[in-house]
Ligand binder design. Structure first.
Ligand SMILES: Cc1cc2nc3c(=O)[nH]c(=O)nc-3n(C[C@H](O)[C@H](O)[C@H](O)COP(=O)(O)OP(=O)(O)OC[C@H]3O[C@@H](n4cnc5c(N)ncnc54)[C@H](O)[C@@H]3O)c2cc1C
Length: 474
């Protein structure tokens, strides 16, 4: 039997790396400390409500080509329900709807945008000016903004305070998990250029219709069929290093030898697995302590009444940014999930106070719900939800493989949403990093990798920009 490649961590990055390696003909052992796969994008059995709940709503966009490729490989693509319309609360009026219209990209949102009552004419003029700049600057212009805060771009394009509050901040905070004043401009710009402007499909929002953890269940059979295994409930305690190469991993159940190791854990966890000698030997490991994190709060609310008519709702300018209608639970109650990104101010609050504040936002957004309260709740705080996407963050994000010039530990590969994918901390970023790591392993083994296009280092091609968008600069 050929030596196994050990993948440490069964989040999306680890699953993506493992499945790609299996497709490349490798035998993989994936070690995950929790009982279930999925890492931060997973579910749990809630004893209080008796329901399986996602730790938080996870949104996939049409632009997430690598994540969708992984779902396809897992055979679960049919569980993603697509939502082309985005609903923006604007009480006491009906919600504004943003949806692609008849015009070609990048003008596809223009008609819906002009109709939005939430924004004044002055707000719209400013937003249109900024969008035009984003279109014209393209990817090269975006790169020049790396290391600066997105708020500087908003100031330069003379956005109104109201547009910042009800339009830019909700989008940027949801995508980057830090507010405009603190978000790296290049990352926020990527969200608008690639996620909104360049084509009609990228901004379409996908929501899983099944608990997140069930999306990953097929992975076990795929690995086992290739002679590998997924071992859950096994914690890796250290990476074994002989001064030149990683020789395996030390777990709470013994040593697992490995010819190659893919570390798919967050940076703070990886720091605990590496000795100082290792960290000195590989510059990719030098900045593991430099990452800071930003929290997300998800609140599950169960109502006896049908209070929400739209499938989701943006709450512009409110502390609660999104509501998602999850459906009717096993007890016939309406399940709504509220999301608060960049939730630093909420982390010390108790559940009662959290629910009181979220309900104030719900009563604001859905006037018909006033006077009604949930019959059950469950708040889930994720203190280290994502790395904080601050200016110059890309300078500390390591690559999957050793840099040929600076050297390092050649048989250690890194992945995770925090690696240098160019994306904010997202499921797509995690999968991209996993595919890059798998491609690196195959190159190190001298084997051709099965990635859809090897010139893309194992990555699936991005959604192509529409013709007009390309002509204009995107
Ligand atoms: C509340 C919340 C909401 C989010 N919303 C969205 C969203 O809407 N859309 C989106 O695209 N992204 C969203 N994200 C981000 C997304 O969840 C992450 O970017 C992605 O899941 C990261 O995957 P990963 O594999 O890099 O890391 P992780 O998911 O953290 O996976 C790492 C895995 O390694 C395991 N592990 C750690 N240490 C060890 C060890 N010593 N031994 C063995 N195993 C170990 C962990 O248990 C974990 O399973 C959200 C994140 C959170 C927390």
């Amino acid at each position: 039997m050929k030596p196994a490649i050990v993948v440490v961590g069964g989040g999306l990055a680890g699953i993506a790396a493992a499945l790609r390696l299996v497709d490349d003909g490798e035998r993989v052992i994936l070690l995950e400390s929790r009982k279930k796969l999925g890492g931060r994008a997973t579910s749990f059995s809630d004893v209080r409500s008796g329901e399986v709940l996602d730790n938080c709503q996870h949104v996939v966009m049409g632009s997430c080509t690598n994540l969708l490729d992984l779902y396809e490989r897992l055979g679960v693509l049919q569980y993603v329900q697509w939502h082309p319309k985005i609903w923006w609360a604007n009480p006491p009026h009906a919600p504004d709807v943003m949806q692609p219209g008849v015009l070609p990209a990048p003008l596809h949102f223009a008609i819906g945008f002009l109709r939005m009552k939430l924004l004044s004419l002055q707000d719209k003029r400013g937003i249109a000016r900024a969008m035009w700049q984003l279109i014209r600057m393209g990817g090269e212009g975006r790169a020049r903004w790396r290391g600066r805060a997105f708020a500087e771009f908003l100031a330069e394009t003379k956005q109104t305070a109201h547009a910042c509050k009800v339009f830019w901040d909700p989008v940027v905070v949801s995508a980057c998990n830090v507010p405009c004043e603190r978000t790296d401009a290049a990352h926020a710009m990527l969200v608008f250029q690639q996620g909104f402007l360049q084509d009609r499909w990228s901004p379409v929002m996908g929501l899983s219709t099944v608990p997140l953890w069930s999306l990953y269940e097929p992975a076990t059979a795929i690995l086992e069929a290739s002679g590998g295994a997924i071992r859950t409930g096994v914690s890796v305690l250290a990476l074994a290093y002989d001064g030149r190469r990683v020789t395996g991993v030390v777990t709470d159940e013994g040593i697992v030898e490995a010819g190659m190791v893919v570390a798919a854990v967050p940076p703070d966890r990886l720091a605990k697995l590496c000795s100082q000698t290792m960290r000195a030997a590989d510059c990719r490991l030098a900045q593991l302590d430099a990452f800071t994190f930003s929290p997300i709060l998800g609140v599950h609310l169960f109502f006896e009444q049908q209070i929400m008519s739209t499938p989701h709702l943006v709450l512009p300018g409110r502390p609660t940014q999104w509501l998602f209608k999850k459906g009717i639970d096993s007890q016939g109650r309406l399940h709504i999930h509220a999301v608060i990104s960049a939730a630093d101010a909420w982390m010390e609050l108790d559940e009662g106070e959290i629910v009181r504040r979220v309900m104030a936002d719900i009563h604001w957004a859905i006037p018909g719900s006033r006077g009604l309260e949930p019959s059950a709740v469950r708040a889930v705080k994720e203190k280290r939800a994502t790395f904080a996407c601050l200016p110059a963050i890309d300078a500390i994000r390591p690559s999957a493989v050793v840099d040929g010039i600076r050297g390092g530990i050649n048989n250690l590969f890194l992945c995770g949403d925090w690696c240098d994918t160019g994306w904010p901390a997202t499921m797509e970023g995690a999968v991209r990093s996993g595919y890059r790591a798998a491609h690196g392993v195959c190159s190190a083994l001298g084997r051709p990798a099965s990635g859809k296009d090897s010139s893309r280092l194992g990555l699936v091609a991005d959604v192509p920009a529409a013709r007009l968008a390309r002509l204009l600069g995107l």
